[in-house]
Design a protein around this ligand. Structure first.
Ligand SMILES: NC(=O)C1=CN([C@@H]2O[C@H](COP(=O)(O)OP(=O)(O)OC[C@H]3O[C@@H](n4cnc5c(N)ncnc54)[C@H](O)[C@@H]3O)[C@@H](O)[C@H]2O)[C@@H](O)CC1
Ligand SMILES: Nc1ncnc2c1ncn2[C@@H]1O[C@H](COP(=O)(O)OP(=O)(O)O)[C@@H](O)[C@H]1O
Length: 317
């Protein structure tokens, strides 16, 4: 899709401004390559990575649990939920395949991250907005892992230039419109696809990270200036995604794909497509819990199509 929008920045009085009037290609995010999502004979769980999902205090764990289950469903080999010790009983009662570790602050997290096999983190869903959580975000960013920065972690970063300075190219920021406005107030208010894409591209350059701006038209912009869009409109409409926790599931999907070794922009685009496809498979009545449960059918259909296209007719997955 050809889209008239700016490329590059120019310095003007009052700060950086996008350069206008160049035409760049806004890539459409389509179905992922099934070969990237399959698992092969002879591989073991550590070949598919280990995602760590940070969780908030007792009574606030639902969002992180949704993310953790999505990370596991999309194929991360292992997923661990790190929560305050006081929240272990609640989470243990609600989780089986997802593992649990007590993390009461930044020092505990730093100790845990000495295990290099924990290769992807998810920060923010239901995390909380206090100083303990801010320290967790600082430690997680400093660890230099692939990181999904969502929900409360975005709000903390918007409040703290020091935290924002810790962002790096391994980060994927996943704001909804209000979170985007908190992070980038001067870029908020863009109306229309081209303007939103432009705002997202500038934000990614500024953050030195991938930015995924959520909505019926979701934009994924990389720090290298690349921009892509997934349009859940028309034949791919998914209005039942407007439900509490859908964004937490998306964050978990991205974290799971990062654990599997996907690069940030590829993880973001693949997750957005799978998320919408899972919503479309489920249809009316969808709640966030349904998205992960719909994933096996979505993945199987993708893999079956690939087998049919290659002519073998055998689904190996
Ligand atoms: N089941 C759960 O445990 C859930 C927990 N959640 C957690 O609740 C915390 C607060 O997240 P919220 O996003 O609700 O709240 P926020 O504190 O980020 O802000 C929500 C406000 O932003 C406005 N807004 C504008 N555009 C919006 C958009 N596109 N999407 C959403 N809000 C928009 C809304 O009107 C609302 O007043 C996070 O930690 C989040 O992870 C939510 O994700 C919902 C589900
Ligand atoms: N009308 C819609 N059409 C398509 N996708 C939508 C629609 N409304 C919301 N979504 C998607 O659902 C998710 C909602 O995320 P978010 O706003 O963070 O909610 P929550 O914080 O409750 O998880 C995003 O991925 C967004 O793109």
């Amino acid at each position: 899709m050809e889209c008239h929008q700016s490329v590059g920045w120019t310095r003007r009085v009052g700060g950086w401004r996008p350069r206008r009037s160049c035409a760049v290609t806004l890539h459409q995010i389509g179905p992922p390559d099934p070969a990237r999502l399959s698992k092969h004979e002879g591989q073991h769980k550590y070949d598919h990575g280990h995602a760590l999902i940070l969780c908030g205090p007792p009574g606030h764990g639902g969002a992180a649990r949704l993310a953790a289950r999505a990370a596991l469903r999309v194929g991360a080999g292992l997923v661990t939920l790190a929560c305050p010790a006081a929240a272990i009983p609640e989470n243990a009662a609600r989780l089986d395949a997802v593992m649990l570790r007590a993390v009461d602050g930044g020092a505990d997290l730093a100790q845990m991250l000495t295990d290099r096999r924990l290769n992807a983190l998810c920060l923010g869903p239901g995390l909380g907005l206090g100083p303990v959580q801010a320290h967790l975000v600082a430690v997680a960013l400093a660890a230099g892992r692939a990181v999904v920065v969502d929900a409360d972690a975005l709000t903390l970063i918007a409040r703290s230039p020091d935290l924002a300075a810790g962002l790096h190219p391994g980060c994927i920021l996943t704001p909804h419109t209000a979170e985007f406005a908190r992070l980038f107030p001067d870029l908020a208010g863009a109306v229309g696809l081209a303007a939103r894409a432009d705002a997202c591209r500038i934000a990614a350059g500024r953050a030195r990270a991938t930015v995924l701006l959520k909505g019926a038209e979701t934009i994924v912009a990389g720090p290298d200036g690349s921009v892509a869009v997934h349009r859940a409109t028309g034949a791919r409409a998914a209005p039942w995604l407007a439900t509490a926790g859908a964004g937490d599931v998306l964050a978990g999907l991205i974290a799971g794909l990062l654990a599997r070794g996907f690069a940030p922009a590829e993880a973001a685009g693949t997750a957005v497509w799978l998320h919408v496809e899972a919503a479309r498979v489920t249809g009316p009545g969808l709640i966030a819990e349904d998205l992960s449960e719909a994933l096996p059918a979505v993945l199987r259909a993708l893999l079956r199509q690939a087998e049919t296209d290659s002519g073998s007719g055998v689904v190996t997955g």
